[in-house]
Write a protein that binds this ligand. Structure first.
Ligand code: NAD
Length: 473
């Protein structure tokens, strides 16, 4: 499938809704228009929020098992259409097809796993004259704002806990990848009562209207740190609860006893999977000086075997950047790296032509304060950095405003563990990377976010804590 001949509508109060104004969705591999989708007006958003508000009492009154059953039905319904959704995903996002289909199937599994979870009612005191219980109540309407790098996964990570705990949702995909979320909305129409799951598409201002909206009680946002700050500021007007999953500049630390041949491949993918458009991608790779040269040689050798191309070509392992803005940003970073005279040992040359393609680019030991080290590239440019001392490398890894993830690689597990304990990040992996699960909390320290997703901790973020006390006779 190379073109899309059908139309996509928003889902508001269980019905398909179009709009006068539309947004063009481009295929990042060809820059051709794939589809035109509705550009929601403020009135559309108000209608979606009103529908969600009206649906709230009945949805919240269902038992958690009834809500979970609906979520499981939803997961089955979109999983069954994984090929169709995966194709559209590749067309709008650029991700190679197998990965796109895999993401849809994976999102359905996550939805089902999260739907199994139950926030416990906790008895805090049960004495002769006094009984105290802690319960969780839903917040109201949840506004869910999603970026373009994992348009299906990140939507499901938010929809599931919100609906499970009784909060109807209004979800807004990124303006450059709206199709998959609109399709999820279409599928949801036959499953959930009207108003429970609404999908609106539009530009960045639609996100801002959501964060300001007086009838939205919770914002769960995934995106850049800069936008996250705007979201928090704007949500403060009505004291909305917020969960913010933001940017990262993850360090991977390779110990002196690591075997380069064994770890080069997983580290390569930790850095470049999804064209490096991953919040928890390895973005700074620290390698001990004793094995630095050998490691870099192996890494470059492997990098040269990886095929970058159109996601619809089965041979492609890495697709284009998702949008022009990101493409220009990464191009600029590579230009700056070249102008500064740093040693690019792989890639770096961007071919003219259609599509937002950037080759895998590896930079040999640039200075610590260079842009390519300090900035979150969110594209396939990786600085490899030499270190000689473990105290030094911990300090360097932590020397960033971000604190999302990190990893340590080597055979001395005690040393790896002691370094992991001291990295100031929400997640640290040892001898693996990017392993996520609905059972483990995921979130950022410092300016990488507030709150977590997944696990009971993440589910609880869609609830108020309520303490009930009874004085017994
Ligand atoms: P972005 O912040 O530009 O946009 C994210 C979403 O916010 C989009 O839907 C956008 O339309 C909307 N938005 C834009 N301005 C808004 C405003 N003022 N108010 C409300 N909503 C607004 O981010 P992006 O470029 O789409 O995504 C890339 C960033 O996301 C990277 O920094 C990446 O690290 C981060 N990210 C974080 C995680 C995580 O879990 N921590 C996961 C994926 C991506």
């Amino acid at each position: 499938m190379n073109t899309v001949t059908r139309e996509f509508s928003m889902t508001i109060n269980g019905k398909g809704v179009t709009s006068e104004k539309t947004i063009k969705v481009l295929n990042p591999a060809t820059e051709e228009v794939v589809a035109q989708v509705p550009d929601a007006t403020q009135e559309d958003l108000n209608n979606a929020v009103r529908a969600a508000r009206e649906a709230f009492p009945k949805w919240a009154a269902l038992s958690v098992d009834e809500r979970a059953a609906k979520l499981e039905e939803f997961a089955d319904a979109f999983s069954k259409r994984s090929e169709e959704i995966g194709n559209l995903f590749t067309l709008e996002m650029g991700r190679p097809l197998q990965g796109a289909i895999g993401e849809v199937i994976g999102a359905a599994k996550t939805c089902k796993a999260l739907a199994q979870k139950r926030l416990p009612r906790e008895i805090l005191e049960d004495k002769e004259h006094h009984f105290v219980e802690k319960v969780h109540t839903p917040l109201g309407v949840a506004g869910l704002i999603v970026p373009w790098n994992f348009p299906v996964t990140l939507a499901i990570w938010k929809i599931t806990p919100a609906l499970l705990t009784g909060n109807p949702v209004v979800i807004k995909p990124a303006p450059t990848t709206p199709i998959t979320a609109l399709l999820l909305g279409e599928i949801a129409r036959d499953i959930f009562p009207p108003g429970v799951l609404n999908v609106v598409s539009g530009g960045n201002e639609l996100g801002q209207w959501m964060t300001e909206h007086p009838d939205i009680n919770k914002i769960s946002f995934t995106g850049s740190t800069a936008t996250g700050k705007k979201v928090m500021k704007s949500a403060s007007g009505t004291l909305k609860r917020v969960t913010l999953e933001l940017g990262g500049n993850d360090a991977a630390i390779v110990l002196e006893d690591a075997n380069p041949k064994e770890i080069v491949e997983p580290i390569f993918w930790a850095a470049f999977r999804n064209t490096a458009q991953v919040c928890i991608a390895t973005k700074r790779l620290f390698v001990h000086e004793k094995i630095y040269d050998e490691f870099l040689k192996e890494l470059v050798q492997f990098a040269k075997t990886v095929k970058v191309g159109n996601g619809l070509d089965p041979a492609s392992q890495i697709g284009p950047l998702q949008n022009k803005m990101q493409f220009e940003k990464v191009k600029d970073l590579i230009e700056d790296t070249k102008k500064s005279g740093f040693n690019i040992v792989c890639g770096g040359e961007i071919e003219e032509g259609n599509g937002y393609f950037i080759p895998v680019t590896i930079v040999d030991n640039p200075p610590e304060d260079s842009r390519v080290v300090v900035e979150e590239a969110f594209g396939p440019v990786l600085p490899v950095l030499k270190y000689s001392d473990y105290e030094e490398v911990i300090a360097r890894a932590n020397n960033t405003e971000y604190g999302l993830g990190g990893s340590v690689w080597g055979n001395d597990l005690d040393r790896a563990r002691s370094i992991a304990e001291r990295l100031d990040t929400g997640t640290v992996w040892i001898n693996e990377a990017q392993v996520l699960s609905p059972h483990f909390p995921f979130g950022g320290h410092k300016q990488s976010g507030i709150g977590v997703e997944h696990s009971l901790d993440g589910i609880a973020e869609y609830t108020n804590t309520k303490t009930i006390m009874v004085k017994k006779k």
